[in-house]
Design a protein. Structure first.
Length: 175
């Protein structure tokens, strides 16, 4: 084989390999689109979890009733644990998690934090019920229509805890 023909074959092989590598470096658009709902779930779920931890700390510190204080600490414990699990799953998939609650939730927490006594307990309960109703819908959707098996399993496993939180929140004193 001539030297020029060898060079052409080597060059052709190098070009083919680089195009093949490029194909793997950038997943097809349809693959990226199929993971978008799961990535949106991660972002919303992680932000909601951070909001529950923030509110839980407020409840544990400022609750007028022992029920609110206990429930607040439960929110901190359970949502921290679930958030850590979600972070681990998301990191393995290179899906970013939220690093703060959604702005509306942060504003609501600040407003609730300015209240005292029974007014605090009532506002806390109202927000906890609303938040858990919203997050149960989010987790139910991921559980039934999620594409990523691990995220779908996480949502399915976490749903009963969230439903229990909603029932607990509804039983909190208000007045």
């Amino acid at each position: 084989m001539s030297q020029s023909r060898s060079r052409v074959l080597i060059l052709a092989a190098a070009v083919s390999m680089s195009f093949g590598a490029a194909a793997f470096a950038h997943p097809p658009a349809d693959m990226a689109a199929s993971t978008a709902p799961d990535a949106a779930f991660v972002k919303k779920a992680s932000a909601a979890g951070l909001a529950e931890v923030t509110l839980g700390k407020l409840g544990a510190e400022k609750g007028a009733s022992s029920d609110v204080k206990t429930f607040g600490q439960t929110m901190v414990d359970d949502h921290t644990k679930a958030g850590d699990e979600l972070k681990t799953i998301a990191a393995a998939k290179s899906i970013p998690v939220s690093t703060a609650p959604m702005p509306a939730d942060a504003t609501a927490a600040a407003s609730i934090g300015k209240k005292d006594g029974a007014a605090f307990d009532t506002a806390f309960k109202t927000k906890m019920v609303a938040d858990h109703e919203k997050v149960i819908k989010l987790f139910t959707t991921e559980s039934s229509t999620g594409k990523d098996p691990e995220l779908k399993a996480f949502a399915t496993k976490t749903l009963p805890t969230l439903q229990h939180h909603l029932e607990m929140a509804k039983q909190l004193p208000s007045k």
